[in-house]
Design a protein around this ligand. Structure first.
Ligand SMILES: Nc1ncnc2c1ncn2[C@@H]1O[C@H](COP(=O)(O)OP(=O)(O)O)[C@@H](O)[C@H]1O
Ligand SMILES: [Mg+2]
Length: 142
């Protein structure tokens, strides 16, 4: 069975933990381990934080999350309509950040590490969309 949710909210920091919790509860419908759930929470927090901190820096707008699963494939899409990323390759370098005073430049690295797939689509002053996939294999009881 395919199941999905869509979530739209203003891109402010107060909503980051809320979004993480909602996606985690949705993912918990699968036969998921606590470790896998932690991976998903980190990835969603990082993705939504990026929308807030970078996408909507000195700007306002909404974040859209679409989460879905079918069989063992869990897909989470996090999208903003903010500043965008000029060079996606450079942005993904571990430790690269455009806000060195306050950020560590590890978010995209964590997202790639903790999920099975990460796809980033971005256009300057149009927005950014990250598509993350995690495989949650069905487990035998006992
Ligand atoms: N949603 C986004 N909108 C605009 N820029 C982004 C977005 N996500 C990431 N970036 C850019 O990619 C860089 C690296 O992101 P990340 O690895 O999460 O590190 P950090 O958030 O600590 O800077 C950011 O500093 C920013 O320049
Ligand atoms: Mg980040």
């Amino acid at each position: 069975m395919k199941n999905w949710i869509e979530l739209v909210f203003p891109g402010t920091s107060i909503n980051v933990s809320f979004a993480r919790a909602v996606v985690a509860h949705f993912a918990a419908q699968l036969d998921i381990t606590l470790d896998e759930l932690e991976d998903i929470k980190v990835a969603v927090s990082e993705a939504v934080s990026n929308c807030v901190v970078h996408g909507y820096r000195e700007k306002e707008g909404n974040v859209v999350i679409r989460a879905s699963y079918e069989e063992s494939r869990l897909e989470i899409i996090v999208e903003d309509f903010g500043h965008g990323i000029p060079d996606i390759e450079v942005a993904q370098e571990t430790g690269y950040t455009t806000l060195p005073e306050e950020r560590m430049g590890l978010g995209l690295t964590f997202m790639r590490e903790y999920m099975d797939e990460l796809h980033i689509y971005s256009e300057v002053e149009v927005g950014t969309k990250v598509v993350m996939v995690k495989q949650i294999p069905a487990r035998q009881a006992g």
